[in-house]
Design a protein around this ligand. Sequence first.
Ligand code: AMP
Ligand code: MG
Length: 328
Amino acid sequence: MTEALAADDAGLARAAELLRAGGLVGFPTETVYGLGADATDEAAVAAIFAAKQRPRFNPLICHYADAAAAFDAVQATPLAERLAAAFWPGPLTLVLPRREGCPVALLAGAGLATLAVRVPAHPLAARLLRAVGRPLAAPSANRSGRISPTTAAHVAASLGGRIAAILDGGACAVGVESSVVDLSGEQPVLLRPGGVSRAAIEAVTGALGSPEAGARHSPGLLASHYAPLLPLRLNAREIGPEEALLAFGSPLAGAGVVFNLSPRGDPTEAAARLFAGLHWLDAEAQRRGLRALAAMPVPSRGLGEAINDRLRRAAWRQPGTTSASSDG
Ligand code: AMP
Ligand code: MG
């Protein structure tokens, strides 16, 4: 069911073909094996979370063939340019604000206004990115909570039968994940230690802040950027006259403004439409003078659990506060 692809021209061409069609492909990077999907395809990105059985939508790293392509998607700073020149291609991930019109799926960034980008050094990853011609969103290619895979056999053991293919590039050289540096605030912050040492990064950036320095830097944080401005009511079983409806399955009777996450009741489809749906519904409800959003219950099977986690946090947010939570 999961195709085993060799590290040759035919294997690369097949991997690229599957990815361009929205499939999931395990591929080697110099850090660990990534579970890749077309980062511009919301449904493909949702399929990553489904395959990994992640209980939460944490933001994924987007992989690019070169720095120019990465900096088309995010707003580079002079410091970002210097880090890229020093460490790309290589095991360093930079978190930067998304550019206006950035084509990467909102779900890949978990709805945040920032995006994590990296240019991997593994020659096979570089060739695959060029062949696909699109960025690849790729977390480690293991089920949630399992150790990160450094061989194709690890990927097959964890995800075999659940993904389209695995491109076998042998064992990963680095074996630990990339270092993640957040450059979106005033001071650069090391969010995750990894393949490039803190000392090497600080030789370029000066002293790095720690994640605790600012709660908004925490990985997995639900940023206010994507929480709706209008209050959100959960588990709605009827709809009020001043409410807009976030529907799942058959919409409740009587709703005027509706965004249906998945008319057919499919949690993976709903995940793919969640962030865009919240943005649209929030804006449309305000435009029509409505006062609140009401979300129909989403069953917790499959990605329903992660959807409910995000909806709960969006609903709990008080003005001027954020709630943080991280997930591995
Ligand atoms: P993984 O995909 O498993 O290698 O993990 C990606 C890492 O990058 C996690 O620690 C994420 O929380 C972090 N990350 C990705 N995107 C962002 C972002 N926009 N803001 C902050 N952290 C991020
Ligand atoms: Mg991981």
